[in-house]
Write a protein that binds this ligand. Sequence first.
Ligand SMILES: *[C@@H]1O[C@H](CO)[C@@H](O)[C@H](O)[C@H]1NC(C)=O
Ligand SMILES: *[C@@H]1O[C@H](CO)[C@@H](O)[C@H](O)[C@H]1NC(C)=O
Ligand SMILES: *[C@@H]1O[C@H](CO)[C@@H](O)[C@H](O)[C@H]1NC(C)=O
Length: 459
Amino acid sequence: MKNSIFIIFIFHSLVFIKCDNFQTVTYAEKRFEPNWDSLDSRRIPNWYDESKIGIFIHWGVFSVPSFGSEWFWDDWKSNASDYVKYMEKNFPKGFSYQEFAKDFTAELFDPQKWANLFKKAGAKYVVLTSKHHEGFTLWPSKYSFSWNAKDIGPHRDIVGDLSKAVRGAGLTFGLYHSLYEWFNPMYLSDKASHFESKEFVTKKIIPEMEELIENYKPSVLWSDGDWEAKDSYWNSTQFLAWLYNDSPVKDTVVVNDRWGIDTPCKHGDFYTCSDRFDPGVLVKHKWENAMTLDTKSWGFRRDAPLEDYLTTQELLETLARTVSCGGNILINVGPTKEGIIAPIFEERLLELGQWLNINGEAIYESTPWIYQNDSLTSDVWFTTKSNSVYAIVLDWPTNNILKLRTVKQLFVDHNPCIVLLGNSGKLDWKFLSELDVQIVFPDKSKVKSERAWVLKITK
Ligand SMILES: *[C@@H]1O[C@H](CO)[C@@H](O)[C@H](O)[C@H]1NC(C)=O
Ligand SMILES: *[C@@H]1O[C@H](CO)[C@@H](O)[C@H](O)[C@H]1NC(C)=O
Ligand SMILES: *[C@@H]1O[C@H](CO)[C@@H](O)[C@H](O)[C@H]1NC(C)=O
């Protein structure tokens, strides 16, 4: 007895020492160089792929006019007629966009409420626009004098307050950050030099990103507004080498792919490619479908009709397709200037959460299977985890009989156990032909899940 305890003790300490050494080796010796080959060799931290579902929040001064989209300022100044007419009709001549900021009141902003909603929705991370293309920072930045949420409008540190609430709810916190600013004179002057000068990057963008990282330690840095200049202008590789080697978030942070002309879909921990990227086929590199519940805008639009919002059914379809193809989904909501998340968003998110309470097993920590969707029946998408394959069925099968082809290999020489998540009892199945399998669904009125159903097939 004594001996065996002693042996177990030694065994444990050996394993422990070994693990410890291993970690030290991987983290201490690997330094990243400021070039894409080196940066692209980084392994993305596991938390990101396992999480699958995030919430994107577009909030800023554009939430005050709340008209058209978050591109309001740029559309207006480009003389887009709807915007020019709107301003002429409702505001005095000479009214400037900056004057909207004082009405960004946020008096009903309750970060705890937001965090609870996102948690109930089943999201695992939250990404807030710390600064959109208008340049207004939602934190008291040293580099954005009088054009930030502490000095004007909300008079609070939105980034800090939301980060605490989100983390308090057990979710991971991330930040969106726009590199370019439409009307920043320093940027426009660099642009006029064809980006020969880099004053804007040196004096504003790099210091401000470092300030964000050091003060708020986000686990996602979601870069945007990169597309007018090369990554060399933005100092992207130098910045990322610092972020990966020496920043306080070097072991946890993930970044997207928008770091200059030619970087999207090529570099970064995860790809976003274009907005609402949703390829419907497996993508080998980790990617994210950043999409909106209001299909036409990221910022809140008072003029959005119901038909422009995704239904819960459409949201679940997008989720299934995205996760089956190796993506994460980042679901955007646009709060109002008062700090309200409108009930239309709330309803969609709560219904998603209810679905995930039953079916989340097929989503979180899953990986893509060898096939993504069934070749006989459309709208059936697969994921896998340990020795189960999950089939997410988006249409209830006619006469309760589902026919599948792609899963056949799970049935040949096996008698797999098939259950419908949320329901007890095994489902019957049989071969229909050489190629096809049929699975008998239960009576729909007795089934717990709504809108989409998940078969768990265990060999
Ligand atoms: C928009 O119209 C104004 C007034 O006519 C003009 O001064 C300005 O240059 C126009 N801007 C653009 C981007 O066309
Ligand atoms: C940008 O990168 C260059 C090297 O290419 C470096 O000399 C400079 O200090 C960097 N600027 C900032 C603000 O990091
Ligand atoms: C699903 O699978 C079929 C057959 O393998 C394929 O042709 C189709 O493009 C896939 N994608 C969708 C979205 O149906």
